[in-house]
Design a protein around this ligand. Structure first.
Ligand code: CDP
Length: 230
């Protein structure tokens, strides 16, 4: 059976990774969460003190990029988790603190060059589902199926707020809403590879859709592509 490439892009907290993992799992494809990579670089910057409340030394971060090694390793349940220089940082990268610093890091051309190269390598020559902001436009412009996800800002902030509360973070809904709004703004207005819908992407607004309905709808699109029906 032919394997395909699936690009999922969209605004923050639209459930791209949830959908991506479900599809990759069902189709037995590799799943690449490109946002996790930008988050891990941001974590590195914080650990090294290049990023802090008082400022962002982008030159130092850029100079250290060669010291950063990223890898996805499957955990005991078969779920791919990101490792930064050999250490599993899957939990650390999901905090609101990282979300607050990640978008400026993702505007840097040197960072994007390194990560896009890695993303392309991970998807090369196999069935892949990749999620992010520039997957259908820059990383895999020839993807067989492109999905662009959106939902109302309040719905997205509410979903992310619940997720962070469940992880034990002490944050307010307002803080999360502010972060979602700010990231949407930085991500879609940056010069390099801004978040935008590819011309051939299928737009899915999941404000009123449950996870299972969404999965089955997009799985059908993937099956049609695999069978060469579309
Ligand atoms: O899951 P969530 O919507 O919170 O975001 P994410 O996918 O983890 O991505 C975190 C951040 O990384 C985004 O807000 C972007 O600034 C950046 N990013 C990017 O620039 N390009 C990508 N392909 C993926 C993420």
């Amino acid at each position: 059976m032919r394997t395909i490439t699936i690009a999922i892009d969209g605004f923050s907290s639209t459930g791209k990774s949830t959908l991506g993992r479900q599809l990759a799992n069902y189709l037995d494809y590799v799943f690449v969460d490109s946002g996790a990579m930008y988050r891990a670089v941001t974590l590195y910057g914080l650990q090294k003190g290049f990023i802090s409340e008082t400022g962002f030394d982008s030159e130092k971060l850029i100079a250290s990029l060669t010291d950063i090694s990223l890898e996805f390793v499957n955990n005991s349940e078969g779920i791919a988790e990101i490792h930064l220089n050999g250490e599993n940082v899957e939990k650390e990268i999901r905090t609101l603190e990282i979300s607050e610093y990640v978008s400026p890091v993702a505007t840097l051309s040197e960072v994007r060059k390194k990560l896009v190269e890695l993303q392309r390598k991970l998807g090369e020559g196999r069935g892949v589902v990749m999620d992010g902001r520039d997957i259908g436009t820059v990383v895999m412009p020839n993807a067989d199926l492109k999905i662009f996800m959106n939902a109302s800002r309040e719905v997205r902030a509410q979903r992310r707020y619940k997720e962070l509360l469940n992880r034990g973070e002490n944050i307010s809904y307002e803080e999360v809403l502010e972060n979602v709004t700010e990231r949407d703004n930085i991500d879609s207005t940056r010069q390099l590879s801004p978040l935008k819908q590819a011309d051939d992407a299928i737009v899915v607004d999941n404000s009123e859709m449950n996870i299972s309905d969404q999965f089955h709808m997009i799985l059908q699109l993937a099956k049609d592509r695999i069978a060469g029906r579309i």
